[in-house]
Structures are given as C-alpha cells and as structure tokens.
Design a protein around this ligand. Sequence first.
Ligand SMILES: [Zn+2]
Length: 105
Amino acid sequence: MAIYCHRCGTGLPSGARFCSNCGTVVAATVPMAGRPLVRPRVGRQIAGVCIGLAQANGWDVAVVRILTVVGFFFSCGLVAIAYLAGWIGIPEEPFGTPGTYPPNI
Ligand SMILES: [Zn+2]
C-alpha cells in the first residue's frame, strides 16, 4: 500500500514516517499502527488489553479505555466477557521488548 505526502504529493513506501522530499511527517494520524497484537508490559492499567488493541490498530488508547468502561456498564456484560477473552487470548508482550509506546500517565 503506497502512501503519498499530503504536502508535496511524493509517493512514499508504506510504513514511511517522513516524506523523503520535503520532510513532512506523514504517519502522524496512525502513530503506532501495525504493531503485533500483544498486551504490553508498559503502560497497562489492568491487563493491557485496551492498550494492546490500541497499539495494534493505531487507535487512541484513551478512547479505547473510555469505550471499554462505558461498555462494561451498558453492554450487559458483553464487553466484560470480551475483555476477559482478550486477557486470556492475547499473548503478553515478550520480555526484552522495549516499551516504545509512551505510557498514558
Ligand atoms: Zn512531501
């Protein structure tokens, strides 16, 4: 999937973070998309399910957490079951992987 600089239109390889022609940041809207789905050891609140999903999909972790908490109360337990399924099913981040994602303090 090729991407294009929104400023000068230069075609860039997928995964590029900066335009090679003008230096514009081209990956600002999806800062950490494409990471493997794991539960990070850094930045987690309970089991790391929310931040893991956010990192793997390039979502804002705060939005994911808010939707999860709201879902806990308004989904008749579906979100709670999904969270537990993620806790069990999503692998924990391996030791030795540096926590590059800034923890949401
Ligand atoms: Zn450019």
